[in-house]
Design a protein around this ligand. Structure first.
Ligand SMILES: Nc1ncnc2c1ncn2[C@@H]1O[C@H](COP(=O)(O)OP(=O)(O)O)[C@@H](O)[C@H]1O
Ligand SMILES: O=C(CO)[C@@H](O)[C@H](O)COP(=O)(O)O
Length: 476
């Protein structure tokens, strides 16, 4: 049976899965790390992709490949196809003042009117994560680089273009061959998920001119071929690809716990949330993907484990050895500032310390509870937009932790389905590649476990307490 490949070029690493088109069986896989930091030269992603592909045994026998990638990263190319400067990633908050400025300008000085206008035109009130705000930052701080920018694309667009044989020095005509999909385009801040069109006026107001943009192609279109002849699919933003990977349908809410924490749902109606909590993105099939995203998820686990001198498995065991509520300890995890709620300059805080509760077990538990409580706010914001949640599908590296699974069920108060450990962004990209090859998405089996909520009468007391402390941070 033909083989297809799916790639996840995420914040921390690049993962490749090679699957059998008919059965979905995993045939081979590979992985390579990305450098740390919120500003990364795209060449590092290309090197990691080569390494992950070679670990996965190459793509010679693969018939189609698609790439899912971290959203929003600003990749600027000059006329010859060279990268103008390192990409600013989704979790880089330096453009927060530019986001505020774009909102005020859109409302002719009235921020509320600007937020409402941008939510209805682009689907999303801009925050520092969105590409549009990064372009404004570039125009303001590096005007020569802004002027040199002949094309702007996203991480997955750039990698698909490289895979098709384009790259540094391939010239202006190769910029016209950049391709993207509706899901990733919808995260730029200068595209309407509703009409499927770019918004050149919005783009011009950020960068000062309208550069070449990747052409947005349909869910099963071929965008090029690899040197060995495999078809290259449109790819997707990583959250939309995860939605494909778990076959999320209208009514499912997916929560991904990776570098970012995301809560999203497949919906047949677009979101236009003027409060800015919910982004009105598109999915990878023609539907919409209302999404709330936090900046602080598994890195909080990594940092807490390092502080306690344990590994991630031990951190989970410690967390499970403390009672629900961590004996009164509450961690508000805004270590890297926060995006939802929009507090780019916030920092994390630990509350409720006493001489008796200041233990490694309570701290581990408070870290897990804090990250999941912040995502409960994202879920509430989606529900306020009319999303009905029957169950949660939990994915991402953090979902492998039993402590995370159990706390998730009690924080969300809903059954939590945890698919078997896997790379669901890369799997979604592989499903898309199979769709490109055969004309329809394959029906691959998805196995996992269901974790039931412990409490069913109202929010867990530690969530109420968390919300009080988080509101205090928001009020400064
Ligand atoms: N058992 C575990 N417990 C908690 N976190 C885990 C565990 N295993 C992996 N992780 C976390 O998963 C993260 C990577 O997840 P991943 O979804 O691949 O991230 P990204 O897609 O953002 O690069 C790491 O930061 C790591 O802390
Ligand atoms: O900014 C968002 C979504 O809007 C993030 O979800 C990025 O897409 C990065 O994803 P991970 O690398 O954490 O999976």
């Amino acid at each position: 049976m033909p083989l297809v490949a799916g790639i996840d070029s995420s914040t921390q690493s690049c993962k490749v899965v090679i699957r059998d088109t008919a059965t979905g069986a995993l045939v081979r896989q590979g992985r390579a790390s990305h450098p740390d930091g919120t500003e990364v030269h795209p060449e590092h992603w290309w090197t990691a992709l080569q390494e992950a592909i070679s670990q996965a045994g190459g793509l010679d026998d693969v018939e189609a490949v698609s790439i899912g990638g971290q959203q929003h990263g600003m990749v600027c190319l000059d006329e010859s196809g060279d990268v103008v400067r390192p990409a600013l990633l989704w979790n880089d908050t330096r453009s927060a003042p530019d986001a505020d400025q774009l909102i005020i300008e859109a409302g002719d000085g009235d921020a509320a009117a600007g937020a409402s206008f941008l939510a209805s035109s682009t689907g999303t009130v801009p925050v520092a994560s969105l590409t549009a705000t990064k372009l404004r930052w570039l125009a303001r701080n590096e005007p020569a680089n802004a002027q040199r920018t002949a094309a702007v694309c996203l991480p997955h667009d750039w990698l698909s273009w490289r895979l098709a044989g384009h790259g540094p020095g391939t010239g202006p005509q190769s910029l016209e061959l950049l391709r993207t999909d509706r899901s990733d385009a919808s995260g730029t801040g200068y595209f309407s998920a509703i009409t499927g069109d770019y918004l050149p006026d919005v783009l011009k107001s950020t960068l000062g001119h309208v550069p070449v943009l990747p052409t947005v192609v349909g869910p099963f279109e071929t965008t090029g071929k690899t040197p060995t002849g495999a078809l290259i699919g449109p790819g997707a933003g990583d959250n939309a690809a995860a939605g494909l990977g778990v076959s999320a349908a209208v009514g499912d809410v997916v929560i991904s716990i990776g570098t970012s924490g995301t809560v999203f749902a497949v919906s047949d109606v677009p979101a236009r949330d003027a409060s800015g909590l919910v982004a009105g993105f598109a999915d990878a099939t023609g539907n919409f993907l209302p999404l709330a995203c936090t900046l602080n998820a598994t890195r909080i686990f990594d940092a807490t484990a390092a502080l306690l001198g344990v590994n991630l498995t031990e951190l989970g065991e410690l967390a499970l050895s403390a009672p629900e509520g961590a004996n009164g300890l509450t961690l508000v995890p805004y270590f890297e500032g926060e995006r939802t709620p929009n507090l780019p300059d916030a920092s994390g805080s630990l509350h409720g310390l006493t001489l008796s509760n200041y233990t490694p077990a309570n701290l581990a538990r408070a870290a897990v509870e804090g990250v999941l409580c912040s995502l409960a706010d994202g879920l509430a914001a989606l529900q306020a937009q009319g999303v009905a949640a029957q169950r949660i599908i939990l994915v991402g590296g953090g979902a492998q932790s039993e402590a995370v699974q159990q706390v998730a069920a009690s924080v969300f108060g809903l059954p939590v389905f945890v698919p078997n450990p896997g790379e669901y962004v890369a799997d979604g990209a592989a499903r898309q590649a199979a769709g490109v090859l055969t004309g329809q998405l394959p029906d691959w089996a998805l196995e996992g476990v269901e974790v039931s909520p412990l409490n069913s009468d109202g929010p867990a007391p530690f969530l109420t307490r968390y919300r009080r402390y988080a509101a205090g941070v928001a009020m400064g």
